[in-house]
Write a protein that binds this ligand. Structure first.
Ligand code: ADP
Ligand code: MG
Length: 252
């Protein structure tokens, strides 16, 4: 292990939802982890354990109730304006439903280049060139550029979602059930692509899934979540060879 700072550090992250008429519900309870650069950490646990809420807080789609998120050595709470905007773009999401997360009215070229235009990166022509490059990177033919999401297979759509996530050259990709809606064969292809992209680009992944079989293929480290808390944190081999918690054994 090197001395480089982790790509992301999460400290004591907590989310309390106020439920109308029934008080409060702690969906994420004092969660801490860090992910070394260029590695994959899986966040696993059954439905409702708080995984997506963690992802949403990292992506600022939900405000944290308390806790700290440090990206590339910088506390997200301590930066503002343009610096925050840029820091946020270093972490990009890929969600479960490849169709739902792509706008059906936007063709593939515009889908992939949208983050580039939002961030004012390059000219129209250079953005188009970058879209071709990204299609190459996710092993899709350039001829797909004018198609719409409903004209693609599930696996192709998820490749588009990945290309879009990579447009701004992020360091971290947060994958929330990114292969869960795909059949096993296509899952394996997407996992292979993710591994290749990680090797090529040095990406850091937070890989969220309820499916431990997938974890074994892709993750270096595993955090097991139960009712909002991390109950086990270990290397993938440790978790599979010698799980410490009964809850983890049940998941296996
Ligand atoms: P997971 O992704 O592990 O399935 P989630 O993070 O989506 O779990 O949800 C964790 C818990 O928080 C669930 O009990 C869910 O019902 C609750 N929850 C999620 N979002 C909200 C919300 N906006 N308001 C109230 N409760 C929520
Ligand atoms: Mg979820």
């Amino acid at each position: 292990a090197g001395t480089a700072p982790p790509a992301i550090v999460v400290e004591n992250l907590t989310k309390v939802f106020k439920i109308r008429g029934s008080g409060e519900f702690t969906a994420v309870d004092d969660v801490s982890f860090s992910i070394p650069k260029g590695t994959t950490m899986a966040l696993v646990g059954e439905s409702g354990s708080g995984k997506s809420t963690v992802a949403k807080m990292l992506l600022k789609l939900e405000e944290a109730t308390s806790g700290k998120i440090v990206v590339g050595g910088k506390d997200l709470a301590s930066v503002t304006g343009k610096e925050l905007f840029n820091l946020r773009s270093r972490m990009q999401p890929v969600f479960q439903d490849p169709y739902g997360s792509l706008n059906p009215l936007r063709n593939i070229g515009n889908t992939i280049s949208e983050p580039l235009s939002t961030h004012n990166v390059g000219t129209r022509a250079s953005r188009r060139e970058r879209v071709f490059e990204l299609l190459d990177q996710v092993s899709l033919p350039r001829t797909l550029i004018g198609r719409y999401p409903n004209e693609l297979s599930g696996g192709q759509r998820q490749r588009i979602a990945i290309a879009r996530a990579l447009a701004l050259k992020p360091e971290i990709v947060v994958l929330d059930e990114a292969v869960s809606a795909l059949d096993v064969l296509v899952q394996a292809q997407i996992l292979r692509l993710l591994a290749d992209l990680q090797a090529e680009l040095g990406l850091t992944y937070l890989f969220i899934t309820h499916d431990l079989a997938v974890v074994r293929v892709i993750a270096d480290h595993v955090c097991v979540m139960q009712r909002g808390k991390i109950v086990e944190k270990a290397t993938t081999d440790e978790v599979f060879d010698d799980p410490q918690e009964q809850y983890t054994r049940d998941l296996l």
